[in-house]
Design a binder for this molecule. Sequence first.
Ligand code: R5P
Length: 295
Amino acid sequence: MPEIFVIAGPASPDLADRVAKGLGAHLVATELRVFSDGESKIKIDKMGKNCVIVQSTYPPADTHLMQALMMAIRCADGAHDVCAVIPYLAYARQDRAFLEGEVVSIALVAKLLQSAGVRHVITVDIHSKLAMSHFASVQNVSSIPLLAEYASRMMLCRPIAVSPDAGGADRAKEFAKHSKIDALVLKKSRDRTTGEVKVDEKLDIDVSGRDALLVDDMISSGGSIVKAAEVLHNRGAGKVYAMCAHALLIGDAAQKIKAAGVQDIIATNSVPGEYAKVDLSPAIVEVVKSRYSSA
Ligand code: R5P
C-alpha cells in the first residue's frame, strides 16, 4: 500500500484517528477557526500524495460540508489522490425533484466535491442508489454487519428486524439475514408538503411478545421511529430498540423517541455523541485498503 495521510476533519476527529490507526497511516490534524459570522477557516500543514479526508457532514450540515470542501481543495494542491470519507452525506435525501422546481441538492454536492479535487467518495448507508448515481466515483459502505454484530450481544426475546418504511426494506432484510431473524417492513407515508408521517397499523407478521429492532439509515427528527414504535407497541411488541447509521437526533428527538417507549438508540460513530456505540472504522479501513492496494 502507498503512504497514506488521513486528514482529520473537525466533524470526525475520533473516527479519523481510528481509521488512521487501522490503516497504519499518518494522522494529520486540521486547524480550524470559526469566525463570529459562522465562517470556517481551515489550515492543514502536512500532507502527502494520497490524502484521505474524514469528515461526516451531520448538522450543521452546510458548515461541515464547506469544511470538507476546504480540506479537499487544500489537499488537492499537491496530492496525487484525494479520497473523501463522508459517513453521513448531507443532502442525500434530496436525490430527485419531489415537487416541480425543487433542486436536486445531492447532485450539486457531488459537483462541488469533484471540483474541489475529490476523486473518490466513500460514504456509509447512503439514503438511496439514486443519490449515488450523481457521483462520478462513489462507494457505499454498509453499517449493517457492525450493527448486527452489536445486536447479537444484546439479550433479546425472539427479535425481529423492522424497517420503518418501504425505502429501508433492503436494509432491514440485510440486518435480518446477518442476525438470522425475521424482517418486517412497515408501510409509512409522508405528506410532502406538511411533512406529516403515517404508518399503517396492519402488519405482515405478528410481533406480539417479540423484541423489535427498528433499523434505519438515519434518525433526524425522530418522527419515523416514534410512529413505528407506536405501531409496534399497539401490536403488542416487547422491547423496541432503534438502530441506525446516522443519529442526527435534531432538537429533542432522543427524548421523543424514549418517550415513545424505545429502550435505547444504537448508532454508529458517523455522528459522535452518546449514541455512537458502534465503530465504523473497521469497515472504512477495509474499503480504503482495497482502493489503494488495487491502485
Ligand atoms: C426516510 O426515508 C429515512 O430513511 C429516515 O427514515 C428518515 O429520514 C428519518 O427522518 P426522521 O427521523 O425525521 O423521521
